[in-house]
Design a protein around this ligand. Structure first.
Ligand SMILES: Cc1cc2nc3c(=O)[nH]c(=O)nc-3n(C[C@H](O)[C@H](O)[C@H](O)COP(=O)(O)OP(=O)(O)OC[C@H]3O[C@@H](n4cnc5c(N)ncnc54)[C@H](O)[C@@H]3O)c2cc1C
Length: 395
């Protein structure tokens, strides 16, 4: 069998490597004109994701630049209100949460796929897919007029998936969650900053997190509550100077080094945060969706990439063990859907705690935060403890 994979983000190359394990050769088609290994913010990857990742690529290759995964929480008056410690994760789960640059994760997976003779074609923006029921061939049509044929197609094209829109035009669209995220990197010479944990502050009017990388750079992000969804074009037009002013105003009463970090930013990215709480169908015929295309989650508990990685191994296992693709895809969805939906809900809840419309609510939020942080930390155990037993036969 030959697989067409749409998207060379995180799920795409990992999926191709998983299919290689069961002797299915793939070609990956990516919309971007070329690699963009230097771009992008950073993301958390937790034991459940790392345990899959290390089946595809040596972790040493990926973890060259990282920040710790332990988290310390503070309220807007800089009072410590909780900690999520990850010291015991190696003994409990086999891997330890870290933050890494998205581009590094992405390029390590892509290079591992290319080393395994998996072809990646850039500049291939998928516009439609056609399934021929008689001969079982799937044809992908690209914006440049070219086509590709395969026996199956996996949509790894992210939250705004064209594969999903073509397969299920009436499916629920990604929902704007009421929060924007900014992210940047800075160098701060005049502060002695903690290097053992991410420092997260529920600020007076916005959430701010920073951590120091093993190269001494400060990686940070913030969340801004905004009820109306901004257009992508408006955000793309945002000038760094305007973003800096907006962030400084939002965090003006919050403790340092927040303002200093914002002022020292090399660049600032801004994104609206979406999720897809429920997608009824993930597959049709010989086409299946995985990763953000099927179940995008808000980033507040750092699970999007890890869930995409989990998907790849489970889907390859289903294709290996079930007699036909349709049965394999059906089992894949039933094995994954309850878990990802619960995580999407959990992430939404954490995101909602970052929204503080007035001082009254802020007072009660700060009062309850220590308890909330403790409960949320405990809730991550089932998320991190997930293992895909590749050698177990599903039938
Ligand atoms: C601000 C922010 C912070 C985040 N923080 C975290 C975090 O801390 N931890 C975490 O685990 N996750 C985090 N995530 C989520 C994480 O980035 C995603 O869950 C993850 O990238 C999903 O992988 P994917 O391969 O499904 O999609 P993507 O990584 O988005 O890859 C999709 C690929 O498909 C390509 N593509 C799109 N359309 C087409 C088309 N029509 N034709 C061809 N190619 C196409 C895109 O160019 C892209 O390369 C965050 C996301 C955001 C926005």
């Amino acid at each position: 069998m030959k697989a067409i994979i749409i998207g060379c983000g995180i799920a795409g190359p990992a999926m191709a490597l998983a299919l290689k394990k069961i002797d299915i050769q793939s070609v990956i088609y990516e919309a971007k004109p070329d690699t963009d290994d230097e771009k992008g913010a950073f993301l958390g990857i937790s034991p459940n994701g790392l345990n899959v990742l290390k089946q595809y690529v040596a972790l040493d290759e990926v973890l060259t630049e990282y920040t710790p995964g332990k988290i310390r929480f503070f309220n807007s008056r800089n009072k410590a209100i909780g900690v999520i410690d990850n010291a015991d994760q190696i003994s409990r789960y086999g891997s330890q949460t870290v933050q890494i640059k998205r581009s590094l994760l992405n390029s390590s997976l892509r290079k591992a796929a290319q080393r395994a003779d998996i072809r990646v074609e850039f500049g291939k923006y998928l516009v439609s897919v056609v399934q021929n029921e008689e001969n079982g061939i799937v044809t992908a049509h690209f914006a440049d007029g070219s086509t590709a044929e395969g026996d199956l197609l996996i949509g790894c094209d992210g939250i705004h998936s064209v594969v999903r829109q073509k397969l299920f035009p009436d499916a629920p669209k990604p929902e704007y969650t009421g929060l924007l995220s900014t992210a940047g990197t800075s160098n701060l010479a005049n502060f002695s900053l903690p290097t053992d944990a991410i420092h997260m502050t529920f600020g007076e009017r916005g959430f701010f997190a920073y951590a120091v990388s093993n190269h001494g750079e400060v990686w940070w992000f913030n969340n801004i509550a905004q009820t109306t969804e901004p257009s992508r074009q408006a955000l793309n037009r945002s000038e760094k100077a305007d973003l800096t002013e907006r962030l400084l105003a939002l965090h003006r009463n919050d403790p340092e080094p927040i303002a200093a970090t914002i002022r020292a930013a090399h660049s600032i990215e801004i994104y609206p945060i979406y999720d897809i709480p429920f997608l009824p169908e993930w597959h049709q015929g010989r086409i299946c969706l995985i990763g953000d295309a099927a179940h995008a989650t808000a980033p507040h508990i750092g699970q999007g990439a890890s869930l995409a990685l989990e998907d790849t191994l489970v889907l390859a296992q289903c294709i290996r063990d079930f007699a036909d693709l349709s049965t394999a895809f059906t089992h894949f969805q039933s094995l994954r859907q309850a878990r990802v939906q619960a995580i999407i809900q959990q992430a939404r809840k954490v995101g909602d705690s970052k929204t503080v419309p007035n001082r009254f609510q802020q007072f009660f939020r700060d009062l309850l935060l220590p308890l909330f942080v403790r409960l949320e930390a405990r809730k991550m155990e089932w998320v991190y403890g997930y293992q895909v037993d590749w050698h177990r036969k599903l039938v």
